[in-house]
Design a protein around this ligand. Structure first.
Ligand SMILES: Cc1cc2nc3c(=O)[nH]c(=O)nc-3n(C[C@H](O)[C@H](O)[C@H](O)COP(=O)(O)O)c2cc1C
Length: 205
């Protein structure tokens, strides 16, 4: 099949994000200026640089109560966030935190999650996550949006500190079979990454 994106794809479900897979999930914790804590998953998420280490996630669409989503709102206010890596075991809790909760609802409580303090930023970390990236806001890129009463915003953060559960480190490497990160596919599908193979790059690659 072939289609141009100004026309309908003709399928029952939009195939776009079923093609860009697997997507890692950034489980983003933030805090508002008034101290309200928020937690939500984002699969438009990735690393974008090593030096300094930077990550991005895209906060798209409106909050259920109108306006922008809490995660973006809080980051605009306080300029900090934490990326919590989601393990397969945390899949149900992660899903629960995506509920369109009212603005002042703390999704840690909603999903029965324990919050751990961070070291370099104010938002707390999710206990039980195999890794956490503490981040300060670098830039918010406002992207075009063709949906009504909506917006697309890419948040770029500089990673200031990293926590890794010692239990997922074997022989000095993060062992994917121990970390078992959850990843997002298209539709309502997910995958768990717990297997890998090695491929050496060509000389100079
Ligand atoms: C696995 C998963 C991935 C998601 N990825 C995104 C995403 O990349 N961007 C986005 O705007 N919403 C995404 N969502 C939806 C948000 O998590 C949801 O809108 C959430 O309520 C936003 O919370 P907030 O208003 O507390 O920030 C995703 C949901 C799930 C379950």
């Amino acid at each position: 099949m072939y289609y141009t994106t100004d026309k309908h794809h003709g399928l029952k479900h939009n195939p776009f994000n079923a093609l860009i897979v697997p997507r890692p999930i950034g489980w983003i914790s933030t805090i508002a200026a008034n101290g309200d804590v928020n937690l939500a998953p984002f699969s438009f998420f990735n690393a974008v640089a090593y030096t300094p280490p930077m990550v991005m996630f895209a906060c798209n669409g409106p909050h259920a109560e109108g306006g922008i989503k809490d995660s973006l709102h809080n980051i605009r206010e306080t300029g900090e966030f934490v990326v919590n890596i989601v393990s397969y075991d945390q899949r149900h809790a992660m899903n629960a935190t995506s509920a369109p909760a009212a603005r002042n609802v703390d999704e840690f409580g909603l999903a029965g999650l324990e919050a751990l303090p961070s070291n370099t930023v104010s938002p707390p970390r999710v206990a039980g996550s195999p890794a956490h990236l503490e981040c300060v806001l670098e830039q918010i890129v406002s992207l075009p949006c063709t949906a009504e009463d909506s917006s697309n915003n890419m948040v770029i953060g500089r990673v200031t500190a990293i926590h890794i559960d010692d239990a997922v480190i074997r022989d000095g490497r993060v062992d994917i079979s121990l970390m078992r990160p959850l990843s997002r596919l298209g539709y309502m599908d997910y995958a768990v990454v717990d297997d890998s193979f090695e491929l050496q790059r060509p000389e100079g690659g």
